[in-house]
Design a protein around this ligand. Structure first.
Ligand SMILES: *Cc1c(COP(=O)(O)O)cnc(C)c1O
Ligand SMILES: [Zn+2]
Length: 449
C-alpha cells in the first residue's frame, strides 16, 4: 500500500496508477502515467489537533513566525517538511469580512455573506499561501533556480518568495496580457521576466519544457505543494465563522488550483473527523475563458471515481486549437482555456457537490465596483465570485438564508487600468467618474451639490 513511512509522500491521483514518490523528489507529473500528483499524509503519524479551534491557540504566540503565518499556523494539516525548511513572509493575514451592504444589495439575509479578502497577502494575492508551501519544498530539496508561467500574480508571488530563499527566478508571461500592477511587481522583486509572444497557455507549455531541460523548480499550480498552502484559505474562512463551515464557497476558476485545493482541504478535514459536513462549492469562469463551464455543464465531464473520460476534454481542446481560439476576458487572472488542474477540480466538484457558472465581463466589472463600494475592493477575477453569486441566487441554487463565503483572490490595486477605465469611461452601472472643475470656488461648490 504505502511504501513511505514518513509524514507525507507524493502520489499520482489516477486510481489506476497510484504511483508513489518520496516527498523529497522534485516531480510535477506522474512519471508512470503523466497524471497530476497529490501530497498524501500518514495521518496516524501526525499529531493533528482534536478540533479545529485548537489552531486558534497559536494566536497567543504571534511572535513565532510559524504561528503568525496564516499558512503554517495550520502546519499539522500540511505536514510535509521539517520546521527548519519552512518559508514564511507572514502570508495569510487575511480577513473574512461579513458584508451586510452587499448582502442587502444581492438579497441575501443579513449576516450571511462573507468576503475572504486574500488581497491582503504580501504580494497582494492568494498565491502567497501556495508559495509559502512550495518554496519550503524548494528549500527542502535544495532547488537552485525556479520558474513559472503567469497571468501576473503567480509571477509576483514567485519573484517575492524566490529571494526569501535566495534562488534565481525566471517568470514567463504572455505579451500584452498582464495587468500593470502585477508586471511592476515581478520587475521590482528582481525576477528575470521573459515575455513570450503568445497567451498563458503557450507560456505554460514552454515553462514545463524549460524546467525539465534546465532542471529548474516549477512553481505553477501543477506543483502539488502549492495547493497544500492554498488549503489554509479554507481553514481561515472556518476560523472567521467560529470554526464552522459555510454553506457555500464561491471561487473564481482559472487554472483551477484553488478549487482543487479547497476540495482537498475539506475531504481531508472530513476524513480526520474535524468537520461533519463539507460546504458546496461554486466555481466561476469568465465567459471568455469558460472551459470548465463548457466541459462540466455542456459536455458532461465528471470525476467519475477517478476514471475521467479524457476524450471529452481532448476533443474540446482540439476544437479550440482548430479554431485558433485564445481566451479573452478583462479578468486576466482567469484568462486560461486549458486549466492544468482540471482533473483535480473535477474531484473537488465531486467532494463539494460543486457547480460551475460563467459570467460575462460586464457583470464582472459591475460586481467589482460593488465590492469596491461596499467592501475592501478586489481585482476583476475576484469579482467573478459576486457576479456568479448573483446568477446563482437568481437561479435559486443559492438560497438567501445560506451562509456564503466568496474568495476575493487579488488586491484592488493589481489592475488599476480596468478600474480607471470602468469609472472614467462610464462603462458600467456603478461608474463613478471624476468631475472636472475650473479652479474656481463657486464652480467647485456648485458641482459638489
Ligand atoms: C491565479 C488567480 C486566479 C485563478 O486561480 P486558479 O487557482 O488558477 O483557478 C484567480 N484570481 C486571481 C486574482 C489570481 O491571481
Ligand atoms: Zn500515475
Amino acid at each position: 500500500m504505502n511504501k513511505f513511512s514518513g509524514n507525507a509522500h507524493i502520489e499520482c491521483i489516477n486510481p489506476q496508477c497510484q504511483a508513489q514518490y518520496d516527498v523529497n523528489e522534485t516531480i510535477f507529473k506522474c512519471s508512470k502515467c503523466g497524471d497530476l500528483l497529490d501530497i498524501k499524509y500518514n495521518w496516524n503519524k501526525i499529531a493533528v489537533p482534536a478540533k479545529m479551534s485548537d489552531f486558534g491557540k497559536r494566536w497567543a504566540s504571534r511572535n513565532n513566525a510559524l504561528d503568525f503565518s496564516g499558512v503554517w499556523r495550520f502546519r499539522e494539516l500540511l505536514n510535509f517538511c521539517p520546521d527548519e525548511h519552512k518559508v514564511t513572509l507572514c502570508e495569510g493575514q487575511t480577513i473574512l469580512q461579513k458584508n451586510d451592504m452587499l448582502a442587502e444589495y444581492l438579497g441575501i439575509k443579513k449576516g450571511r455573506l462573507h468576503l475572504q479578502y486574500e488581497g491582503l497577502n504580501p504580494s497582494g494575492s492568494f498565491k502567497d499561501n501556495g508559495m509559502a508551501a512550495a518554496f519550503s519544498h524548494a528549500k527542502m530539496t535544495g532547488a537552485k533556480s525556479c520558474a513559472c508561467a503567469s497571468t501576473g500574480n503567480t509571477s509576483a508571488a514567485v519573484a517575492l518568495y524566490a529571494h526569501s530563499i535566495g534562488i534565481k527566478c525566471t517568470v514567463f508571461i504572455g505579451s500584452g496580457r498582464i495587468a500593470y500592477g502585477k508586471l511592476s511587481q515581478a520587475m521590482d522583486y528582481g525576477a528575470q521576466t521573459i515575455q513570450i509572444r503568445g497567451d498563458f497557455d503557450d507560456c505554460m507549455k514552454q515553462v514545463q519544457s524549460v524546467c525539465t531541460k534546465l532542471n529548474m523548480y516549477l512553481l505553477n499550480s501543477l506543483n502539488p505543494f502549492r495547493l497544500e498552502g492554498q488549503k489554509t484559505i479554507m481553514y481561515r474562512i472556518m476560523e472567521g465563522l467560529g470554526w464552522n463551515v459555510p454553506d457555500w464557497i464561491i471561487v473564481p476558476g482559472g487554472n483551477l488550483g484553488n478549487s482543487s485545493a479547497f476540495g482537498k482541504a475539506f475531504a481531508e478535514l472530513k476524513e480526520l473527523g474535524l468537520i461533519n459536513r463539507v460546504p458546496r462549492m461554486a466555481i466561476i469562469n469568465a465567459s471568455g475563458a469558460d472551459t470548465l463551464a463548457e466541459l462540466v455543464n455542456k459536455r458532461g465531464l465528471k470525476w467519475n471515481g477517478g476514471s475521467v473520460e479524457e476524450k471529452i476534454y481532448r476533443d474540446y481542446y482540439a476544437e479550440l486549437t482548430a479554431r485558433n481560439f485564445s481566451p479573452h476576458t478583462c479578468a486576466s487572472a482567469i484568462e486560461i482555456s486549458r486549466p492544468v488542474n482540471l482533473k483535480k477540480c473535477l474531484r473537488a466538484i465531486d467532494v463539494c457537490s460543486g457547480i460551475v457558472r460563467a459570467v460575462p465581463d460586464e457583470q464582472i466589472v459591475d460586481a467589482k465596483a460593488l465590492i469596491g463600494k461596499y467592501g475592501l475592493g478586489c481585482e476583476p477575477a475576484s469579482a467573478a465570485t459576486i457576479a456568479g453569486l448573483k446568477v446563482l441566487l437568481a437561479e435559486k441554487i443559492v438560497r438567501p438564508d445560506e451562509t456564503v463565503a466568496c474568495v476575493l483572490t487579488g488586491h484592488c490595486l493589481k489592475d488599476p487600468t480596468v478600474t480607471v477605465e470602468y469609472h472614467r469611461d462610464k462603462k458600467g452601472l456603478f461608474s463613478n467618474p471624476p468631475i472636472e472643475a475650473n479652479n474656481d470656488i463657486d464652480e467647485i461648490i456648485r458641482l459638489m451639490q
